[in-house]
Design a protein around this ligand. Structure first.
Ligand SMILES: Nc1ncnc2c1ncn2[C@@H]1O[C@H](COP(=O)(O)OP(=O)(O)O)[C@@H](O)[C@H]1O
Ligand SMILES: [Mg+2]
Length: 510
């Protein structure tokens, strides 16, 4: 029996080694795949057979058994076609490349009937796996070459069709490995924001809160009448967020690669994600899951923003499920056979009207809702969820004179630079703590970095009683105060910083 062809199994964002071996048996022609392969992998039999025949190569006219080892690891996906085809061809001695070369190579790709290779998902994770486990070569579909070029230190061959690869393995042609991008600094990051923070008129109080939120990655909620600019504020936030760092580009692109969202036009995710799922989205699409667990919106928003517009319209169950990922920055999806962890560190931005008609508390229009309607509307958002939001804003409609005024007080590039500097202060502070922003601080770090004066303590004490602040709320105020101090480049958290942070705990819901 010939040696094995190596490939990978992908579970969530991680990849594992899979060995493919074929055995030709003397009995009636039949192809069998064993080794916990799901339906899509079973279908590979038909594609592989057609691809081999249409590449003018010989397909065995006997019974053939293909084993995908280890047998206890579920094989899901369409990338097994190529390694299965190679394993058959090798067993049939159509491929001659020495065992030593094959032992150092990983093969992935879906085959068309005509033998050409089609795009697959999760290429970044597969390449990272191959590199970390010291494989020298990886062979993948040509269409995936852009995302694969992110990974350096391994020979990546982008293959167009099966016969090209067979010729290469038989030393009939030479192939060049693709050029790595090597240095992500060279990547051009376009600044094409649909909404721009500097175009928002007036709303100075709300803008200040958004700057604090973006600086420390604090969750923020808005409540205000229709047309007051809530959606506009949220959609403008990406224009002031600092660019993704190199490691974050890789981290986020890996997620998008796993769901097949990368293509030639967008080989990488270079801007912080802004995800705005509709309230009718299912729980699975929001948090991830499914028979074969896939990342949901909260993971696609990793290192960026998750915007929930018209918050009370979301089913209560969906909102409650967000509580755990908001606390942990990740979500664990458990199935009978596996348990997967997807990252989910995002800034939660929410918007809602104060009541069903939208005009409760509005100075110009009368609210037509009954007390019970208002109560039912706001009851959908539970206390524990609100508790996880650091900044609560009541948005008043922009005044007419401000709306007509063309004067722009701030430039979003300047604000972005200011926020970038505050993020750098935090990076330096947390360099040994494995976090990046103030909002991620746990109790131990809050104790270490959020030391406040006696007068600030007294103020907080009064607030605990007045706003009936929970313990979680108390510590969240401290974290926001830390960010406000950082914005002023102040080492110490002063009383005024705590006082400003406390302003943002006033909720319009009760
Ligand atoms: N402060 C503002 N500056 C400039 N335009 C604004 C402002 N507030 C609202 N608008 C305009 O009003 C429109 C409606 O605002 P929107 O954000 O959709 O309101 P809401 O989500 O609160 O109902 C926006 O698209 C924008 O054109
Ligand atoms: Mg809106």
């Amino acid at each position: 029996m010939a040696s094995k062809i190596l490939t990978t199994a992908s579970l969530g964002l991680n990849s594992f080694l899979v060995e493919v071996e074929s055995d030709i048996q003397r009995s009636l022609p039949k192809t069998t795949i064993v080794g916990l392969a799901d339906t899509a992998v079973q279908e590979a039999r038909e594609r592989v057979k057609s691809a081999i025949i249409n590449s003018f190569l010989e397909y065995p006219r006997t019974s053939i058994v293909i084993n995908l080892a280890p047998a206890d690891l579920k094989k899901i996906g369409n990338h097994y076609d190529l390694p299965i085809a190679l394993s058959i061809l090798q067993e049939y001695e159509v491929i001659k490349k020495c065992d030593e070369f094959l032992k150092k190579s990983i093969f992935v790709g879906e085959l068309s009937f005509d033998g050409s290779l089609r795009k697959i998902n999760n290429v970044i994770s597969i390449c990272i796996f191959a590199k970390e486990n010291n494989y020298e070569n990886i062979f993948l579909p040509y269409e995936n070459s852009h995302e694969a070029s992110l990974i350096n230190g391994i020979n990546i061959y982008a293959i167009k069709n099966l016969s090209e690869l067979v010729k290469f393995l038989n030393n009939k042609i030479k192939l060049e490995s693709i050029k790595n991008l090597n240095n992500l600094e060279n990547i051009f990051i376009p600044e094409n924001f649909e909404y721009n923070f500097s175009l928002i008129r007036g709303q100075e109080y709300a803008k200040r809160a958004f700057i604090i939120s973006a600086s420390g990655a604090h969750n923020i909620s808005m409540c205000g009448s229709p047309g007051s600019g809530k959606t506009l504020l949220a959609r403008s936030m990406p224009s002031i967020l600092p660019d993704l760092s190199e490691s974050e580009i890789l981290e986020v692109s890996r997620i998008y690669s796993s769901v097949g969202f990368l293509n030639k036009e967008n080989p990488l995710i270079t801007q912080r994600p802004f995800r705005s799922p509709h309230h009718s989205s299912s729980l699975v699409s929001l948090v991830g899951g499914g028979g074969i667990p896939k990342p949901g919106e909260i993971t696609l928003a990793h290192r960026g923003i998750l915007f929930l517009d018209e918050l009370p319209e979301f089913p209560k169950k969906n909102l409650e499920t967000l509580r755990q990922p908001l606390e942990d920055g990740k979500i664990t999806i458990s199935r009978a056979q596996m348990s997967l962890i997807f990252p989910a560190k995002f800034i939660l931005v929410t918007a809602q009207n104060p009541c069903p008609c939208g005009y409760l508390g509005d100075e110009t229009k009368n609210c037509t809702c009954s007390n019970i309607q208002i109560k039912n509307y706001n009851q959908k958002i539970s206390g524990p969820l609100l508790d996880r939001i650091d900044i609560h804003l009541t948005i008043a409609p922009v005044k007419e004179n401000e709306l007509q005024n063309d004067f722009v007080s701030d430039n979003s590039i300047e604000i972005k630079n200011q926020i970038k500097n505050v993020r750098q202060i935090q990076e330096l502070r947390f360099k040994n703590d494995k976090i990046l922003t103030n909002s991620e601080m746990g109790l131990a770090l809050i104790k270490k970095y959020c030391i406040i004066s006696e007068s600030a303590k007294k103020l907080l004490g009064i607030a605990v009683e007045k706003y009936s602040l929970s313990a979680r709320g108390y510590f969240r105020v401290l974290k926001v105060a830390r960010t406000i101090a950082d914005l002023e480049k102040s080492e110490n958290i002063k009383t005024e910083h705590v006082a400003e942070a406390l302003q943002y705990r006033k909720m319009c819901y009760n």
